[in-house]
Design a protein around this ligand. Sequence first.
Ligand code: RIB
Ligand code: CA
Length: 342
Amino acid sequence: MKQSIIMDVDTGIDDSLALLYLLASDDAEILAITCTSGNVPAKQVAINNLAWLELCGAPDIEVSLGSEVPVLAPLMTTEETHGPQGIGYAELPAPKRSLSKRHATEVWIDLARRHPGEIVGLVTGPLTNLSLALRIEPELPKLLKRLVVMGGAFNHAGNTLPTTEWNIAVDPESAKMVFDAFSGLPADRRPIICALDVTEQIEMKPEHIAKIAEIAGSTPVEVIAESDVDGTLSSASNKVVKYLSDAVRFYMEFHVSHDQGFLAHMHDPFAAAMAIHPELGETKAATVDVELAGSLTRGQTVADWRGMWGREPNADIVVKVDPPRFFEHLTQRVGDYARRVG
Ligand code: RIB
Ligand code: CA
């Protein structure tokens, strides 16, 4: 049984791996990819997704442009984290296929109306497009089977400001609007939130890339070494392995330059896995809201675990993961896929 997915992304190195993971998953079908500004501007996000799809010889999945700016906050991007084009050192062949003529909001609403109760919405970037779609179709939460969001930080430090996580920080108003709109759903339909509390436990290391390459049958052995000169490019025989390695190397260099070790927090692939295999994480219900006015904390996600606000839980927050189990799952699927298409 394939799970239908709409993915809204700000691709992004980890968004790229989330895309490869879902393309690799026989139990998932990506119905559309909608693009928002975040890691890099939305138009570059869209080019990145078209380019990955063509590199992999994937089906012509609709890729649509969404909002290029947040609903209120001034746009911020983070090329220093994801590279000038958003995919690290990878320089993918320019895509031939064009963008969809439909706006992201039209794609979300049309697909949800045509497949009521069937689609899992996955957002691995700012929540701008989803919040705009909700303004047009307030019934969207009931039309989707479920929503999975990579975003937020609860009992965990932020990665953008001391208490804020990037996807929420880029567009806090949209995040609040989404969490409010998805309140009141039955317990088994509450949005699944993958926050930094768990996604920063998903530490991709060079040996994980080497494993993907080995499974893909790529040669030579894929080595990303901290001692390499920055920007060393992969010579992998498998093209998916090569470009993934080039992308992830940039991310590892970023993390080590920020005292986090020579590793890459793979936030979005974990969220993508939760969209089709929610058994990979343990969740706990809470009422989630977003601080909009704090001079120091604007964009902070706050979880009321104990009902102090007197409001019903509106989210299932992932509180426990098994990183080795997740990486076993991820490397096998992406490695097998790279062998097939690379
Ligand atoms: O904070 C991590 C999130 O922000 C990830 O989705 C990353 O791709 C960026 O969008
Ligand atoms: Ca992202």
